[in-house]
Design a protein around this ligand. Structure first.
Ligand SMILES: NC(=O)c1ccc[n+]([C@@H]2O[C@H](COP(=O)([O-])OP(=O)(O)OC[C@H]3O[C@@H](n4cnc5c(N)ncnc54)[C@H](OP(=O)(O)O)[C@@H]3O)[C@@H](O)[C@H]2O)c1
Length: 298
């Protein structure tokens, strides 16, 4: 598993480590997170995916879950760390039974908030916040698709929507803004609708995502069953913490991108954590032991 110290993959690595031998690949910039993974039995291999050889990464693995992401906003680095690295990792682990590449609904063209299907047009929707993100994630998908066919590695490309949980996420960043008395940026074309997916559901659906791997690659949205909006989750979190959210309407933030979930429902079944329940738990976790939320969507 690459990116195992990240917001999304950390709870997945910890959950998988209870019943599997998990090898985590990252630079391990945060020694405390490395220690936490190692305490759970995860073997940590320090590699800079944008620059280093993969010689230290064991190739004889059953499954690869590629959750690493480079968000430097430097084109060379982000294309190398996201796109080139994904292909090199697939080639390195070409005997794996399945390769899960974590992508993003940030690859879709902004489409006025309508639910996006996997076949809908791609575009540069994160440009206003993160100039390199959408294009390097699209480039990574293209590399993964090619390498899947080249080496016949069964592959799933799963496009995450808004992942969140006790450890944080974009809604936790909104919570932090609200608690600091600052406005939450929202696109003027509101309500800004999304399908947040709780970390429990990411863990629960991961085996089916790997089962769905194929050649050519399976591409599937990875959002929760319930659609909601930034405005709605901020109002709800505000009720929980006793703060009235303020919104700053600005075109300098991304617009809503909800997901069409039919394909994920067919491949992996329903999600189980409703957004209110999941966000209430997140608010409790974040306000009892403050952790920083991710400052951007992805
Ligand atoms: N968070 C979201 O809202 C969101 C939404 C949609 C999709 N996604 C996708 O979900 C996946 C995980 O995202 P995340 O939010 O969990 O990311 P994150 O919190 O920023 O974590 C990134 C991970 O990648 C590792 N990494 C970064 N640069 C690296 C490098 N050069 N070499 C090796 N490892 C490196 C980091 O560890 P080190 O820094 O220690 O190397 C960390 O483990 C990504 O594919 C992302 O595009 C996220």
């Amino acid at each position: 598993m690459t990116g195992a110290t990240g917001q999304v993959a950390l709870p997945v690595a910890l959950a998988l480590a209870t019943e599997n031998d998990v090898i985590a690949v990252a630079r391990f910039k945060d020694a405390a997170l490395r220690a936490r993974l190692e305490a759970a039995g995860v073997r940590c291999v320090a590699v800079d995916l944008a620059h280093d050889s993969l010689a230290a990464v064991p190739a004889d693995v059953d499954y690869v879950c590629n959750f690493a992401v480079v968000k430097s906003n430097k084109w060379e680095l982000d294309l190398a760390g996201n796109a080139e690295a994904a292909g090199l990792l697939m080639a390195h682990c070409r005997e794996a039974q399945a390769f899960l590449h974590c992508s993003s609904t940030g690859v879709y063209e902004a489409a006025g908030g309508s639910p996006q299907r996997e076949t809908d047009p791609l575009g540069d929707n994160h440009r206003v916040m993160m100039p390199t993100y959408s294009i390097s994630k699209i480039a990574a998908e293209a590399v993964v698709r090619t390498t899947c066919r080249l080496f016949e590695v069964p592959t799933t490309i799963a496009r995450l929507n808004v992942p969140y949980g006790d450890g944080g996420g974009w809604p936790a960043f909104h919570l932090a803004l609200m608690l600091a008395g600052r406005p939450v940026p929202v696109h003027p074309d509101g309500p800004n609708r999304f399908n947040p997916i709780h970390e429990d559901d990411i863990v629960a659906t991961l085996p089916a995502m790997l089962e769905a791997a194929s050649v050519p690659a399976t591409v599937v949205n990875w959002g929760g069953d319930e659609e909601t909006s930034i405005e709605a989750w901020c109002e709800y979190m505000g009720e929980l913490v006793g703060v009235d959210p303020r919104f700053e309407r600005t075109t300098s933030t991304i617009g809503g991108i909800p997901t069409d979930n039919a394909k994920r429902l067919a491949l992996a079944g329903p999600t189980s954590v409703g957004w209110r329940d999941g966000m209430r738990r997140m608010v409790e976790a974040q306000t009892s032991s403050p952790q920083s939320g991710s400052p951007q969507s992805g």
